[in-house]
Design a protein around this ligand. Sequence first.
Ligand SMILES: *Cc1c(COP(=O)(O)O)cnc(C)c1O
Length: 232
Amino acid sequence: MISENLKDVEANICKACEKSGRNREEVTLIAVSKTKPNEDLIEAYNCGIREFGENKVQEMTGKSEALPKDIHWHMIGHLQRNKVKYLAPYVSLIHSVDSIRLAEEINKQAQKASRVIPILIEVNIAHEESKFGINENEVYEMVNTISKMPNVQIKGLMTIAPYVVDAEENRSFFHKIKQLSVDIASKNIDNVDMNILSMGMTGDYMVAIEEGATMVRVGTGIFGERDYGKKE
Ligand SMILES: *Cc1c(COP(=O)(O)O)cnc(C)c1O
């Protein structure tokens, strides 16, 4: 079932790339495995998936300890500063940086772990009250400040688009954030690149790819519906 789903997602990614004249290699699929048991992740792993996304530090750390070491772990959920120390040694990319204080803590814990941690700035492109992320007019200042932190490297932007029935409704948001990333890249800020644009989930990843996503975060489309009630 997971392997069938992965085939469908892969076909959709290829279709969206073809439609927009992009190479399949430009887009990385992150399998969002939050709430799912290790067996499900193994099944995806056995189909070749190596990028997994989680939104809770404790859950991600437990899975990273139990599962093969060549997995890349992506933190995609809201991150509390007091939890950064647990993921600093191994996290591959933190998608959800939305404050300077959080970046400072990541910098500190990265230093302790003797590494540089790649991050994305989370932008609340649709200005939804319920969402984390900063407004686009705050991005420059934040990027500039964080760019001076030696153990953090800004790799691009991330956004969570509104939940919509028709993915086309999110196209203009995806377009807007792509423009923003091009603008920032053109400033050539030291220690900053805009090679990653993390946008698109199960409902809208094809549109996101057409608008320039380089990472799509797909959960339900791979692992099926999540059951939050069953989880401790
Ligand atoms: C849960 C989650 C996803 C995946 O959502 P699906 O709709 O299940 O694909 C993607 N991004 C973030 C930030 C999430 O929290």
